[in-house]
Write a protein that binds this ligand. Structure first.
Ligand SMILES: *[C@@H]1O[C@H](CO)[C@@H](O)[C@H](O)[C@H]1NC(C)=O
Ligand SMILES: *[C@@H]1O[C@H](CO)[C@@H](O)[C@H](O)[C@H]1NC(C)=O
Ligand SMILES: *[C@@H]1O[C@H](CO)[C@@H](O)[C@H](O)[C@H]1NC(C)=O
Ligand SMILES: *[C@@H]1O[C@H](CO)[C@@H](O)[C@H](O)[C@H]1NC(C)=O
Ligand SMILES: *[C@@H]1O[C@H](CO)[C@@H](O)[C@H](O)[C@H]1NC(C)=O
Length: 765
């Protein structure tokens, strides 16, 4: 049994490997921008709180007030939605008196648990936010006055704090989802101290609170990820609140507690039952969200753990597109997938048959008996409220309906993603995908959904998935990899402001405001702009700039689908010579030692070729055990005299070539650079240490065998990378030549002396 599952896991691994292998080069980001790059170009600015310790736990992007609200450990912040954090305001909000001590007494961790972690920030009305925190395992809520639009007010009345039970989890690390609609708060959480009472809860407002019954058929160890209101049609009586979560799947029937991802929903106007299900949901139903890739023999690989959900809202508010990140993590491998769901497919599953199990010895099947009216999951509305069958409220629903709803919360049909397969799959990456937001961008040749994906190592990937023609397969293009935070830290929130073209990236260490694009980063040539394939950017005849549709400029070059510069930039100074921005440099290496010629293309997707020019011949560099090509350049593990020559590094991408570097390699004999440097530092003393006179020959260098084909950066720094050092070397080389000249003379002199007085032999005796 164990072997079998290991076998199948290996098979899965194999399938995924072969799936991704073909596109391996494309999975490399087109551009990698470091933390420093982002700060230097004003692409990003970071806020880490007033005390350098934010421990961010919630974010609310308020475009009405033009502010970003943050909740952390015992603290709330209000920031402006621009890149200056000059007038950020802070509210200190610790647990209520005595609660911290009580939390510690109950055995919780004083540092990481017994504080007020703000988990909920929702817009309450035009002037106030609702904020809820864990309050050292005693959840509490308060209203925050943020003033009217244009004002900058940020205050809280500390005496006006309410019990937050059901509105916020006790545990700062407990998964949690909430949404605030029409004066009411919907939450999905575990609502007790021990974390054993999972519940979908509605509170605040004038109606009585509503919750799910405590029943594993409804919720079984759920992990809530998101909650959203999505209307069904123009009749707001049919508005539904959807919850996205994972839970243990009873229907999987494998006894191992398989995890499935779910979409569940309730009617916003659910008022519970009259005699049964009093103040409990009578319309709660759920379905499985499937995200899988087909494998051999019809066995699919499932990505079952839901990580994040983003609703791409369009003009049609009833039909947002649901983007979701899934993971599957085992000890054999770790994989991630992004799947997109259509509301039509989701509704179809909810309108389909209910899942049913006749008894313990039966299989799960579609329920084929009579379903009572109004069908469970249907909201009371004009349709259900007809003369003769007046169901104006769920309180009017017959007991048979409520009983059926209670025993059949799961739908038989599953919800499959658009095209029945993931939009993108990532395996064998050394990071995890955590958060996603999507921007629908209008480009010259259509619209593209640009995904911004946050990882657990502080980076954000900007990705598009292209579908060519009628093909089902997608081509994944990672436009940029942005290292948002200096240290690896999990991205815990992503919010996007399309109006401001800005991304707000949250992590425990802080929040970054990041521009969605910086077209000039791609380069100064039409071809480079075109190769970037960024739907936000186009070549305007002079530079790479933000593409805006319907702009007066006729002259825009962009090719997202193919990234083919030869077609787009034919009249745009494409020739290699013009784009030859490389400078000529001299690089010194020591005979028999290792040497490295660096050349990294701007795009990791480009292919690099090395040519060497000696006298009049130019030929491709032959690589072998001794001369190796690496991602960063050309490595000579042991340098020979005949390696001298001019080395030209060329990159090629989508038929577009460019010379990146021209390095003239000189091989030193006799003296090592190290000695040279030492000599430089120690003055011009030449006849130093060896009192027996000059050595007859150079010291025999140990051929250095680097453990990795990648050179040490310090090596690079020291030997030639830094311009300053290189200049220093140049003057040193002149001195060196002179020195060698005098050394030879000195040696001749010494050998003459030796003939007379053989000091060497004497010394040895
Ligand atoms: C970044 O912003 C600062 C202040 O707004 C400005 O002085 C600087 O020139 C900007 N740098 C770049 C590269 O745009
Ligand atoms: C918003 O709600 C708060 C708290 O209930 C209340 O004090 C305030 O007057 C309300 N503001 C508006 C504009 O309704
Ligand atoms: C091409 O380059 C030349 C000189 O480098 C310049 O004069 C010319 O304007 C450029 N043409 C275009 C279309 O950019
Ligand atoms: C490099 O090694 C070769 C063969 O081992 C030797 O003949 C030559 O003298 C060495 N050169 C230097 C500068 O040590
Ligand atoms: C080889 O190069 C390394 C790095 O510059 C240097 O530390 C080492 O001394 C050199 N070895 C010889 C024998 O020249």
């Amino acid at each position: 049994m164990k072997e079998l599952s290991l076998l199948s896991q290996n098979m899965i691994l194999f399938v995924l490997l072969s799936m991704t292998a073909s596109a391996s080069k494309l999975n490399v980001p087109r551009l990698r921008l470091s933390y420093k790059d982002l700060l230097a170009t004003n692409r990003s600015s970071i806020f880490s709180g007033h005390h350098g310790l934010l421990s961010l736990t919630s974010v609310f992007l308020d475009e009405y007030h033009d502010r970003l609200f943050l909740g952390g450990k015992d603290v709330l912040y209000s920031l402006r939605l621009d890149h200056t954090h000059s007038d950020s305001k802070e509210i200190y909000w610790p647990p209520l008196p005595g609660n911290r001590e009580e939390c510690v007494l109950k055995g919780k961790d004083p540092q990481s648990e017994c504080a007020n972690y703000v988990r909920l920030l929702q817009p309450y009305n035009r002037t106030h936010l609702l904020a809820c925190g864990t309050g050292a395992f005693q959840p509490m809520c308060a209203f925050i006055n943020v003033g009217h639009r244009g004002e900058h007010v940020f205050s809280m009345d500390p005496t006006n704090v309410e019990n937050g039970r059901g509105k916020c989890p006790h545990d700062p690390s407990q998964p949690f989802a909430s949404t605030f609609i029409g004066g009411e708060l919907y939450t999905g959480l575990t609502a007790d101290f021990l974390g054993r009472d999972p519940v979908v809860f509605r509170s605040l407002g004038s109606r009585s609170t509503m919750r799910t019954e405590t029943d594993q058929r409804l919720l079984h160890d759920p992990k809530f990820v998101a909650a959203h209101l999505i209307p069904d049609n123009d009749d707001h009586d049919n508005d539904k609140v959807y919850f996205f979560f994972t839970e243990k799947a009873m229907e999987a029937g494998d006894g191992k507690g398989a995890i499935h991802s779910r979409i569940g929903r309730v009617c916003a106007n659910d008022a519970g039952g009259q005699r049964v299900l009093v103040n409990k949901w009578s319309t709660f139903i759920k379905a499985r969200l499937v995200c899988s890739v087909p494998g051999p023999h019809g066995i699919d690989t499932h990505f079952d753990e839901l990580e994040d959900v983003f609703l791409l809202r369009t003009k049609d508010e009833k039909n947002p597109e649901v983007y979701a990140i899934f993971s599957t993590i085992s000890n054999v491998f770790q994989g991630f997938a992004v799947c997109v769901y259509r509301m039509a497919d989701i509704r179809e599953a909810f309108n389909g048959p209910f899942a049913h199990k006749e008894g313990p010895d039966y299989q799960w099947a579609a329920y084929e008996g009579r379903v009572p009216y109004p069908r469970p999951g249907v909201c009371p509305s004009k349709i259900t409220n007809q003369p003769g069958r007046q169901f104006a409220s769920t309180k009017d629903f017959p007991d048979s309906v409520l009983q059926f709803a209670r025993s059949h919360p799961l739908m038989w049909r599953q919800v499959y993603p658009a095209m029945r397969q993931p939009l993108l799959v990532k395996t064998n990456v050394n990071y995890r995908l955590r958060q996603v937001v999507v921007d629908r961008v209008q480009a010259e040749d259509g619209q593209y959904d640009v995904m911004f994906i946050g990882t657990d190592i502080g980076t954000v990937l900007k990705v598009i998935a292209l579908r060519s023609g009628n093909s089902l397969d997608t081509e994944e293009v990672t436009l940029e990899e942005l290292q948002i935070f200096k240290v690896p830290t999990p991205i815990t929130s992503l919010d996007i402001s399309v109006k401001r073209q800005t991304l707000y990236v949250g992590s425990p260490v802080g929040v970054a405001q990041v521009r969605l694009h910086r077209c000039e980063t791609y380069g100064k040539a039409c071809a480079e702009c075109c190769l970037a394939r960024d739907p936000y950017c186009a070549w305007d005849g002079a530079s790479c700039t933000r593409y805006t549709p319907h702009s007066k400029r006729r002259y825009r070059r962009q090719d997202i689908l193919h990234g083919n510069p030869t077609l787009q930039c034919i009249d745009q100074n494409l020739s290699v010579e013009e784009l030859d921005m490389s400078e000529d440099r001299v690089v010194y290496g020591t005979e028999n030692n290792s040497t490295f010629l660096e050349c990294v293309p701007r795009s990791p997707q480009a292919t690099v070729t090395w040519l060497v020019q000696r006298e009049d011949r130019k030929e491709e560099v032959k690589t072998d055990e001794r001369v190796m090509r690496t991602e960063q350049g050309l490595l000579f593990r042991r340098l020979f005299r005949q390696d001298e020559g001019v080395y030209v590094c060329r990159s090629r991408e989508h038929g577009f070539s460019q010379t990146l570097a021209r390095l003239s390699l000189e091989v030193l004999q006799g003296e090592t650079l190290g000695e040279l440097l030492a000599r430089e530092e120690g003055g011009s003393e030449f006849a130093g240490k060896d009192r027996g006179g000059y050595k007859a020959g150079p010291p025999l260098p140990r051929p250095q065998e680097p453990r990795h084909p990648r050179p040490q950066p310090e090596y690079c720094e020291r030997v030639w990378c830094s311009d300053k050092l290189r200049r220093k070397h140049k003057t040193m080389m002149d001195k060196y030549r002179l020195a060698q000249e005098s050394a030879r003379k000195a040696r001749n002199k010494a050998s003459g002396e030796r003939n007379r007085t053989p000091r060497d032999t004497r010394a040895r005796e």
